[in-house]
Design a protein around this ligand. Structure first.
Ligand code: HPA
Length: 276
């Protein structure tokens, strides 16, 4: 049970805004595989998470841990390079703090990226999936507890992933000729990967990919009134689907994530360009 007060996103937003005059409308959270996107930002002002009051430090290898404000194709953008996960032992306000900070900064469109295991038949490592909807299998909801001042308690999730932003991902796929399929992302707590029986169950529920992030951020972003898009990089075939003896390893996830980084960057770049 948490006893300390949740961190204040306004104070964090003010600190970031003191370091950069840009006032981005677009926010991006970079998951595994999307890290090098940060290198494409121009006039970048990087602010390490430890400098920002209330920000938990992102501790997983492959997650860098800084907020970057800059421009891309002339558009001001705020990028969270590195995210916190529930499996690290953090509480929900910490896991979703970055999204609340982006909202406090005035960001109105948010692209959440991640690495995921492919459940959809035929999906392969290196594929990309635009998230059309999600299934929250984390066994908890980030809105549990006191409602942030001025926010709704019961948040509608019928169109959690904005149709207009989804269309923009479709156009980005066409413009870059990088195939992107649309599908349902199932979120689990982790950090263990799933059993084959769990994956078979998730497939029957309608999941196309599985991962350990994004859903809490999407829920909080919707509570803050942000339009949300989600983009998964399929880094591995989900447990049990690639035949007996197949294992899922974090090393494989990171290897594939590294291999797709250039394509991931091109996709996100096209998505930004189309936001103009
Ligand atoms: N399961 C859960 N999370 C993941 C996976 C997976 O197979 N791959 C990348 N993140």
């Amino acid at each position: 049970m948490r006893t300390s007060r949740p961190p204040c996103p306004d104070a964090a937003a003010r600190l970031i805004q003191r370091r950069s005059n840009l006032r981005p409308r677009l926010g991006i959270v970079l998951g595994s595989g999307f890290g090098p996107v940060a290198d494409a930002i121009r006039d970048a002002v990087p602010i390490p998470y430890p400098d920002i009051p209330g920000f938990p430090d992102a501790s997983v290898p492959g997650h860098a841990g800084r907020c970057i404000v800059g421009t891309w194709h002339g558009q001001p953008v705020a990028v969270l390079a590195g995210r916190s996960h529930y499996y690290e032992g953090l509480d929900w306000p910490e896991v979703t703090f970055g999204v609340r900070v982006l909202a406090a900064m005035g960001v109105s469109e948010l692209l959440l990226t991640n690495a995921a295991g492919g459940i959809r038949r035929g999906s392969r490592p290196g594929d990309f999936m635009a998230i059309s909807d999600h299934i929250n299998l984390m066994g908890a909801n980030p809105l549990r507890g006191p409602t942030a001042p001025g926010r709704e308690r019961f948040v509608d999730m019928t169109r959690a992933y904005d149709p207009g932003l989804l269309l923009r991902l479709k156009k980005a796929s066409k413009a870059t000729r990088i195939p992107v399929f649309h599908g349902v992302y199932a979120a689990v707590q982790g950090p263990s990967f799933e059993t084959p029986a769990e994956i078979r169950a998730f497939a029957r529920m309608g999941a196309d990919a599985v991962g350990m992030s994004t859903v809490p951020e999407a829920i909080v972003a919707r509570q803050c009134g942000l339009r949300v898009a989600g983009l998964s990089c399929i880094t591995n075939v989900a447990a049990g689907l690639a035949g007996q003896g197949q294992q899922v390893t974090h090393a494989e996830v990171l290897d594939v994530a590294r291999a797709v980084a250039a394509r991931a960057t091109r996709l996100v770049e096209a998505w930004i360009r189309l936001a103009a």
